[in-house]
Design a protein. Structure first.
Length: 181
């Protein structure tokens, strides 16, 4: 479990770190008003790194999976809108785009940061493997009275069949990743 936690933590920390590095690189190249925008992004990602570290420490202290996890009303549509805005920087760098289609509101009870982390991970991976010029599509809809389904579609190589179960689980928010061929 400790090894899996370390793998998960290092993977999660790469997301804001990659955006920090990209924003810093763009700020160095631009000598005009765009620098302020990149510096704001660097500050935002540094704050997110701090939150990830705090959450990791919180999770490491948990004796049972559900102990200590905060459950609040989360609007998944708003959360995805924020994720798409963050990931858009990486998509531009990779030469692809990200489009979100969602019903509003899509509210569930859950831990906002854990939901963000799970969805951001799948979306970032789709963007990083998407071919240049392609679009990563994200659809979020209420599947039934309780469940929200988030589908991420891209034209990347796809997730090996044996690993699909590792990235999705049945809960109040269901994630699916579809590779369009």
């Amino acid at each position: 479990m400790k090894q899996q936690l370390l793998r998960d933590v290092s993977h999660e920390l790469r997301s804001p770190l990659a955006r920090l590095q990209l924003a810093l690189s763009l700020a160095r190249r631009e000598q005009d008003s765009g620098v302020e925008r990149h510096l704001a992004r660097i500050g935002c990602e540094a704050d997110r790194l701090e939150e990830l570290i705090a959450r990791t420490l919180k999770l490491a202290r948990l004796e049972r999976p559900m102990q200590g996890v905060e459950s609040t009303l989360v609007d998944v549509a708003e959360l995805l809108t924020n994720i798409v805005a963050d990931v858009g920087i990486e998509a531009d760098a990779y030469g692809c785009s990200v489009a979100l289609e969602t019903d509003r509101p899509l509210q569930v009870n859950g831990d906002r940061e854990l939901l963000r982390s799970a969805m951001e991970n799948v979306i970032r991976n789709a963007v990083s493997y998407a071919p240049a010029g392609s679009k990563v599509g994200i659809d979020a809809r209420r599947a039934d009275g309780q469940c929200i389904e988030v589908v991420v579609r891209d034209r990347g190589p796809g997730v090996p069949e044996k690993d699909l179960e590792l990235i999705s689980s049945r809960s109040t928010v269901s994630m699916r990743h579809a590779t369009v061929r």
